[in-house]
Design a protein around this ligand. Structure first.
Ligand code: ZN
Length: 378
């Protein structure tokens, strides 16, 4: 099966879906396989796609022709050198010019940001809504922002919302930021705009951006440290969701039973010990050496918390996404030292902790990728 053969390629699998052998499933698999090889910026001829996937010429042509019609891919020049005796093949690539995705990022401090992106998640047009601490945010607030982005927009394949907290099938189970509990955000947006809607966890979105536009491979532990702390895990290009859709919710794991009281009811949760607002508060007005020490201790604490999952999963690539004043050299080198002390051994090589390189758009780009993948798999 080509799917098995390409387990390590860019085809991200959707956990929980069984592979049935109906013709439409086979076709969907082939489509996903070919799009996955081209995404985000590879170019191959039909013949090369056939070689790489093991699919027949007819099967490749069939899928390619549909994707060309839909505007998912385009013909973009010719191979520089012909392989074998045939004529030079036409190169195919992901088409950034026709289809659009609407993305909304609900993970930022005092700000809801929306954008129209292309299929590569590049923001083409933006709109944002600044929030004060007392502003009430609900589905109407978000629909208004989307409405502004939709003006004059054609060929929109769907709306993708990145939200913090536990998200399951479009329902936000728990989001402390907006005080939502079992809040269905998907249905009202779907009803209002008549387009497919995805609500995804913001950390998973940022991780996907790092996978495709940063330097990560198919396996990584991704940590987002900002107003809280959350993680996401990619194993063999599958984002781990968990039994309760709460994989990566490490912020409320108690690290110190005698630590400060947390709104969740426990004491000494990781988030109560390490978060950007807390660290900034501690550093405020402190001498420079003290500030460095605070960040070194934070780095050490995060690395200690990650040591066990790193050992458990045998992960080498640890990527941290967060504001530059917190995730700096002092934080990272102290975290690296702690990881080396706790995880490296004669039979286990050094795991590397590094900063995410995808910049401030990572969450929105990842949300767009989530929608594109869903569209391809439909
Ligand atoms: Zn807690």
């Amino acid at each position: 099966m080509p799917q098995q053969q390409y387990a390590n390629s860019l085809v991200l699998k959707t956990p929980g879906t069984s592979v049935k052998a109906s013709p439409s499933d086979v076709r969907r698999n082939n489509r996903s396989l070919i799009f996955g090889l081209l995404f985000p910026d590879s170019q191959y001829s039909r013949a090369e796609l056939g070689r790489k996937t093991g699919l027949s010429r007819v099967a490749v042509s069939d899928v390619v022709s549909d994707m060309l019609d839909e505007g998912l891919i385009y013909e973009n020049g010719y191979e520089t050198k012909a392989r074998g005796k045939g004529k030079r093949g036409t190169l195919l690539g992901v088409d950034p010019t026709r289809l659009r995705v609407i993305t909304v990022d609900l993970s930022q401090n005092h700000l809801i940001e929306g954008a129209v992106t292309d299929l590569l998640g590049t923001p083409l047009q933006r709109n944002e809504l600044a929030l004060s601490a007392t502003d009430h945010v609900d589905e109407h607030t978000i629909c208004e922002l989307i409405k502004k982005l939709m003006v004059g927009m054609e060929n929109v394949i769907g709306i993708s919302v990145a939200a913090t907290g536990v998200v399951q099938d479009g329902i936000i189970r728990q989001s402390t930021v907006f005080g939502w509990h079992d809040f269905d955000l998907k249905t009202p947006i779907e009803n209002r705009f008549g387009l497919p809607v995805i609500v995804a966890n913001d950390v998973v979105c940022s991780m996907l951006a790092e996978r495709f536009f940063g330097s990560a491979g198919p396996n990584m532990l991704f940590v987002k440290l900002d107003r809280g702390i959350g993680a996401a895990t990619l194993i063999n290009d599958t984002a781990i969701i968990g039994e309760n859709h709460a994989s990566g919710e490490i912020g409320h794991i108690s690290m110190d039973p005698d630590g400060p009281k947390c709104p969740c009811g426990k004491r000494g949760c990781l988030e109560m010990l390490v978060s950007a607002p807390l660290l900034r508060q501690q550093m405020y007005g402190a001498p420079a050496e003290k500030q460095v020490k605070i960040l070194q201790e934070a780095g050490q604490r995060v690395a200690s918390a990650l040591a066990m999952p790193i050992g458990l999963l045998d992960m080498d690539d640890i990527c941290i996404y967060g504001p530059a004043d917190i995730i700096n050299t002092a934080f990272l080198s102290s975290a690296q030292d702690q990881l080396d002390r706790t995880t490296t051994s004669m039979f286990r090589k050094h795991a590397t902790i590094r900063r995410c390189e995808c910049g401030p758009n990572a969450t929105m780009r990842g949300a767009a990728i989530t929608m594109v993948r869903d569209f391809v798999d439909r």
